[in-house]
Design a protein around this ligand. Structure first.
Ligand code: GTQ
Length: 348
């Protein structure tokens, strides 16, 4: 099976031209481009260095306030898709800076967001009426259409990674957004309420509210990291992933967010992973440690807080030079729901 474009003849070319004004085109001339035997993507492997992003954001803080910008964010644009505000074909990613004393005003939108905190001395976000402190490594979700505002009461700048399903909502032409006009929304619950209510391996008796996103909205790094540390003593390593855990919605065991799947993985020093590829293009954040990964033959050296991309169906191996922790995100939950997700272990 090739789906190769049949050769052009003067008659065929004339025919294609003739049907064009009628809103028609010939499938056989394009079939190989739209139904490919294996994934073809404009998304390319790439790494963004945290130090450079950080420096550029501080430079931006001299140009615009968080309030005037609404969100002071530098978008991590995939080099294969410049101008499209995408880090992969389906996901948006940026790094946000809130300076001491600043606020990013309350708003809400159809897009779902996650924050992964890169550098913090204590700042806060409010999601759906509950405040949470944002600490290094915390995985925080803003489910779609929930009010959210951010602020920084500390004396140091805070930097975090934003990942949103913007391209997916764009694809469906389903975007709505609104502001309150206020800097901060009203607090409706006390801090820590969600984690106490849903994050202690219990649920309120009679709990039936099944929203697509997890009712927990801050998964603190100290808990996730401690879990990985405790499990390493068992010495059971996945050859492709080391020790890799996914963040879940405790109500049903599904991914924490309906559109973006997230994991945290521990790779001990010198653990060279076996080749792996999957249909979900994946973004990695090197939280701790350093090392390199080989993505479809290309070497990517990473250190703390760097962000790198492994595109769909690109074989990857990781080579940690130190004990390393990687946070990862992809559109896997959607691919699974559509029956599209595929993975392969080992070299091909
Ligand atoms: O913090 O609400 O990077 O609305 C892009 C859009 C962050 C946010 C982004 C947003 C936000």
């Amino acid at each position: 099976m090739s789906f190769e474009k049949p050769t052009d003849t003067p008659e065929r070319s004339a025919f294609y031209k003739a049907i064009e004004p009628e809103g028609l085109s010939a499938l056989w001339a394009v079939m190989g481009n739209i139904i490919t035997p294996t994934p073809k993507s404009p998304c390319v492997p790439h790494i963004w260095r945290y130090d450079s992003i950080r420096a550029r954001l501080l430079e931006a803080s001299g140009l615009i306030t968080a309030k005037e910008a609404e969100r002071r964010v530098l978008i991590l644009e995939n080099p294969g898709m410049r101008g499209q505000s995408k880090i992969t074909t389906s996901l948006y990613c940026g790094v946000q800076l809130v300076m001491p004393g600043e606020v990013a005003p309350a708003h809400r939108h159809s897009q779902s967001a996650l924050r992964f905190v890169l550098e913090s001395s204590g700042a806060q976000t409010v999601v759906g009426g509950e405040r949470t402190e944002m600490r290094m490594g915390d995985f925080i979700i803003t489910p779609h259409w929930q009010w959210h505002d951010h602020g920084n009461d500390s004396d140091q700048p805070i930097f975090w990674l934003d990942v949103l399903d913007i391209p997916i909502v764009q694809f469906f032409d389903a975007s709505f957004a609104e502001g309150t006009g206020a800097d901060q929304q009203k607090l409706l619950r006390s801090e820590g309420d969600s984690l106490a209510r849903y994050g202690a391996n219990m649920l309120p008796l009679g709990y039936e509210k099944h929203t697509p996103a997890s009712p927990i909205f801050n998964y603190p790094y100290d808990r996730s990291r401690a879990a990985l540390e405790a499990m390493r003593h068992q010495n059971e390593w996945d050859p492709c992933h080391g020790l890799r855990m996914r963040y879940i919605n405790p109500v049903n065991g599904d991914w924490a967010m309906p559109s973006i799947g997230t994991t945290l993985q521990l790779l001990p020093k010198g653990f060279d992973t076996q080749a792996y590829r999957s249909t979900d293009a994946t973004g990695f954040v090197a939280v701790e440690g350093r090392g390199h990964s080989i993505v479809a033959g290309q070497r990517i050296d990473w250190g703390p807080r760097d962000v790198f991309i492994v595109p769909s169906w690109h074989e990857v191996t990781h080579h940690p030079a130190e004990d390393s922790v990687l946070f990862a995100f992809s559109d896997r939950p959607i691919q699974e729901k559509l029956g599209l997700h595929r993975e392969q272990r080992g070299n091909h």
